[in-house]
Design a protein around this ligand. Structure first.
Ligand code: GDP
Ligand code: MG
Length: 436
């Protein structure tokens, strides 16, 4: 399965001292192959592995984790992102709120209708199930059996063959009978079919549901992605229900559907029993695909430790009045990683003042970074070297102008001044404490 294949991919990196261009390329190739084997759409697999590669190349290898572990974390983060990042709930809104189910025959719509009804009922809301599969007489009975199992009323009109009418009548019935949420189960065909599409489109237009869900069998692999695309083009649905994840489904559908139709997966179904319904958590799914348990927290801890050691190192340099552009750059990186920039710049001596006129977001740092990165290692370590002609070179090399370079130099000098003053003050204070 996917996780053993990825395991093998990470073996490439085991025991290596660092993530280098060569071993990343090999690993990324393996990962891509593993994803494609797991039914991830090739284009999606390529996109995600390209991102993983960029991400991995830019990373310092941490002190206490292996490159393989770090790589696992990078892949985990990318997969989580690919599947939408955050968990997304269904929207239940309206009087009554209407949820419309769509999908091919056999995808698991009717089964899911029963599960969702049970799920919503448990939240204390009064639910109504509606049988709108007018082509198969057995479909109504199937929904009735499920409704009875979960204790939810089922609305049906066995003689009526018009799903638009039935769903409108059902909503009217719900209003009169104090039902807060209406779940409409519809007919599917074995394959994408114009009549089915036109019909569900009409139903959607007539009842304006607060949530339209597309139900898809995860075992159908690449087809699942194509079907999702066709349904989304016609229905512009709000979310996806991925069923039959209990079987030997390869899970690739979860990865590609989100990327291809740009709609979140909201539920996963893992069995025929009414309890077998889960909310979809992208991070848990990524974890399941990677089968890795503790690696993530290990890497996160190591990352923290790395940051702490870096902070200590910089502090020492400040204390010895040796703060240079390399340190400045490293501080910028740290700040960017930590997110809340406004709060953080204030914590670095002089930095808040130096950047006080700058609108603080990641983009604000870009020209500064570009200028510093245009410096030679020697210039970064010894900013005094930066005379007029060198500054002009920096402006050219970084796509900024001489004014920006001069500003940065001035800000940097101001920072160093503040640091020196602080050092003097703390020395005086220390001295006075000693005397006392
Ligand atoms: P519909 O045609 O879309 O309404 O699909 P059904 O709800 O009738 O489901 C088709 C078949 O798949 C039935 O035999 C269900 O019991 C089965 N089924 C539905 N969801 C799941 C699931 O998550 N796991 C498994 N193993 N079977 C499922
Ligand atoms: Mg059905």
């Amino acid at each position: 399965n996917l996780s053993t294949k990825l395991d093998r991919a990470f073996k490439t990196l085991k025991g290596q001292g660092s993530i280098t261009e060569i071993n990343v390329a090999a690993t990324v190739k393996e990962i891509r192959r593993a994803l494609v084997d797991a039914d991830v759409n090739y284009k999606v697999a390529k996109e995600v592995t390209d991102k993983i590669k960029d991400e991995a190349m830019g990373r310092d290898v941490l002190i206490s984790v292996s490159p393989g572990q770090l790589m696992t974390k990078i892949v985990y983060d990318e997969l989580t992102q690919l599947m939408g990042g955050e968990k997304q709930d269904i929207v239940i809104k309206g009087e009554p709120a209407v949820v419309l189910l769509s999908g091919l025959q056999g995808s698991g719509k009717t089964t899911f209708a029963g599960k969702l009804a049970s799920h919503i009922k448990k939240q204390g809301r009064n639910v109504l199930l509606v049988a709108c599969d007018v082509y198969r007489p057995a479909a109504i009975d199937q929904l009735k059996v499920l409704g009875e199992q979960v204790g939810v009323e089922v609305y049906s009109e066995p003689e009526n063959k018009n799903p638009v009418q039935i769903s409108q009548n059902a909503i009217e019935f719900a209003r009169k009978n104090n039902k807060k949420v209406v779940i409409i189960d519809t007919a599917g065909r074995l394959a994408v079919d114009e009549q089915m599409m036109a019909e569900i489109e009409q139903v959607k237009r007539a009842i304006n549901p607060s949530e339209t869900l597309f139900v898809v069998d995860s075992m159908t692999g690449q087809d699942a992605v194509n079907t999702a695309k066709t349904f989304n083009d016609r229905l512009n649905f709000d979310g996806v229900v991925l069923t039959k994840l209990d079987g030997d489904s390869r899970g690739g559908a979860a990865l590609s559907i989100r990327a291809v139709v740009e709609k979140p997966i909201k539920f996963i179904s893992t069995g025929e029993k009414m309890e077998a319904l889960d909310l979809f958590y992208p991070d848990r799914m990524a974890q399941r695909i990677l089968g890795m348990g503790d690696v993530i927290s290990l890497v996160e801890r190591a990352q923290q430790q790395f940051d702490e050691e870096e902070a200590k190192r910089i502090n020492q340099k400040i204390r010895k009045n040796q703060f240079n552009f390399d340190d400045f750059l490293s501080q910028l990186e740290q700040i960017k990683k930590m997110g809340n920039l406004k709060d953080l710049v204030g914590m670095i001596p002089g930095m808040g003042k130096a950047l006080k006129d700058v609108e603080i977001d990641d983009d604000a740092f870009k020209p500064i970074e570009a200028i510093i990165k245009s410096m030679t290692p020697k210039e970064r370590a010894q900013p005094e070297l930066l005379n007029g002609s060198r500054r002009r070179r920096l402006a050219k090399g970084s796509g900024t102008d001489i004014q920006q370079v001069n500003n940065l130099m001035k800000q940097f000098e101001d920072m160093r001044k503040v640091m020196r003053t602080m050092n003097k003050m703390s020395q005086t204070k220390g001295g006075m404490q000693q005397m006392a």
